[in-house]
Ligand binder design. Structure first.
Ligand code: GAP
Length: 509
């Protein structure tokens, strides 16, 4: 097992042990790629939602919120292209009976070639030290060049095959690249077939003519079909945005890596309606703005990178992913897409209703263009816990596991801990807890030795522990212990709220 896999296993185990995430229906042996959020997970998830919602809706005076239904008229999904084009190409290995996404097998093959190039570069950087010119090395080293050429050759066939749905070409690539099944090791593959990712059900009883409904695969369509409702009732002028947080469902072919790829998940999406022609500008703006949002949490910039899409979704004319360095490598956490008037245009066509904007400045009507930001709430959650999980060896030789969750997102902000469970300290602690609970998510704990209680709070990422001791009874001061440094200071009990508020705030200085 490599270091990343080992770390990932520990994170999954920690999430379960400390009430962040449980497998769904666990007593029935779970349900594949569906998870439940426990007592601490629900808090962390709510805090991420709150941070996103405030950044979008509260801090932008031209963005408003929406909460649309999961069920929508089935024609919505015809118009959006999801009925015809929301497919993944799947392939089965006849020996292991395992099912894969054909495009992912090819992408993994490309990633291995990229890895070879990176190793070559790292080796050379070590060898040449300060004099190393990476650009020149990449352009001239024969092994790097050979692998780069291989990637270019693969992409020259892979990208058009994906764009045009040429499944035979994908199969031919898998055969020619000699890609084998990671489980059986064999190259005994079926043909590649298209698989639609939408879940469907029937609405109404069969006797009254039930109709086909889909569980939405993205929240965005609820925003598009409400564009005019919000624009008119909110008297919005372009540019303006509509933001929404909600569940989405995809029948993923290969659902693995814990909460990274689930069949039921949550999205936080914002559609920014703009004048056609300005999409480049706004695309760049939202790319930068969204990176700023991530970095404001204090997660190091090296853990993020921007990846330009080689192949575009059926609705986009430009797209980037913000990728995060998960324990299993850099993967997409958020997408920023320039969707043109694809969706509003399609809904006008299919519904026969006008979805236009009358521009009072230019005296013309047009269909707005859209730039979308779309982040998976569960992926953001996984990014936060992956970053936060830390095993530390302390100076006294002991060890601790601490979740360095950005304080603003921590499930519990303050733990109130009487030093001992006697001498009136529990009563004093309760009094403090009862005051602080209206402002912060707090926990009161008086069982076990204080050191063990600190460790339990570290393990769930509580940024501040307040200890009530005998001196508190004399002068009403308490100690405040900071999670990461473990430093303690004495402050008046009445200052706790002010001190904690200022330290956990994400407000720009
Ligand atoms: N409305 C655009 C859209 O849905 P997407 O790239 O398919 O774009 C956006 O999805 C985000 O939703 C992704 O960046 C990812 O964070 C999240 N996401 C997509 N599929 C997911 C899944 N199966 N499980 C968890 N999160 C997922």
């Amino acid at each position: 097992m490599n270091k990343g896999e080992d770390r990932f296993k520990k994170i999954i185990a920690h999430c379960k042990e400390y009430g962040f995430i449980f497998p769904s229906s666990e007593i029935y042996d779970g349900l594949s790629a569906v998870y439940d959020y426990g007592q601490n997970g629900a808090e962390l998830k709510n805090n991420i939602k709150d941070y996103w919602w405030k950044s979008m809706v509260q801090y932008h005076d031209n963005i408003v919120g929406l909460d649309s239904a999961i069920f929508m008229h089935p024609t919505v999904w015809k118009a959006s292209g999801h009925v015809d084009a929301f497919n993944d190409p799947l392939i089965d290995n006849k020996d292991s009976k395992k099912r894969y996404r054909a495009d992912v097998l090819i992408e993994d093959h490309i990633a291995k070639l990229e890895e070879k190039i990176n190793k070559e570069v790292q080796k050379a950087a070590k060898r040449f030290g300060d004099t190393f010119d990476e650009k020149m090395f990449r352009e001239t080293n024969p092994r790097v060049q050979a692998n780069l050429q291989k990637i270019l050759d693969i992409n020259a066939r892979f990208v058009p095959a994906m764009e045009n749905g040429h499944l035979d070409d994908l199969k031919a690539l898998i055969d020619e690249l000699e890609i084998s099944c990671p489980v059986s090791g064999s190259r005994n593959w079926t043909d590649v077939r298209q698989f639609n990712l939408m879940f469907s059900s029937q609405m109404g009883s069969a006797s009254d003519g039930a109709s086909l409904v889909y569980l939405r695969p993205e929240t965005a369509q609820g925003i598009f079909v409400n564009y005019l409702n919000v624009q008119k009732t909110g008297r919005k002028k372009l540019p303006f945005g509509i933001a929404q947080i909600g569940k989405a469902f995809r029948n993923e072919i290969v659902a693995r890596q814990f909460i990274f790829r689930m069949r039921e998940f949550e999205q936080m999406e914002m559609q920014y309606f703009i004048k056609p022609g300005l999409e480049k500008e706004w695309f760049e703006y939202w790319k930068e703005e969204r990176m700023r949002w991530h970095l404001a949490l204090g997660i190091p910039g090296e853990m993020f990178r921007i990846h330009d899409h080689d192949k575009l979704a059926h609705y986009a004319n430009a797209a980037v992913d913000i990728e995060f360095e998960f324990p299993f490598g850099f993967k997409e956490i958020e997408g920023i897409h320039s969707r043109t008037d694809f969706d509003l245009g399609a809904h006008q066509k299919f519904s026969g209703k006008k979805l236009q904007y009358f521009d009072p400045d230019s005296n013309e009507s047009y269909t707005p263009y859209v730039v979308e930001t779309s982040i998976g709430l569960d992926r953001m959650f996984l990014a936060v816990v992956s970053f936060a999980f830390t095993e530390e060896k302390l100076e006294d030789g002991s060890e601790r596991v601490v979740m360095n969750i950005p304080p603003a997102l921590a499930p519990v902000k303050i733990a109130v801990l009487p030093l001992v469970k006697k001498d009136g300290l529990p009563e004093k602690g309760r009094e403090l807890f009862d005051r602080l609970k209206y402002e912060f998510m707090c926990q009161y704990e008086d069982k076990d030795a204080i050191g063990r209680r600190y460790r339990r709070q570290d393990a769930i990422g509580t940024p501040y522990c307040i200890t009530v001791d005998h001196q508190t009874l004399e002068d009403n001061t308490v100690t405040i212990r900071e999670r990461d440094s473990m430093l303690q200071e004495r402050i008046p009990a009445e200052n706790v709220s002010k001190v904690v508020s200022s330290r956990i705030s994400l407000r720009p200085a």
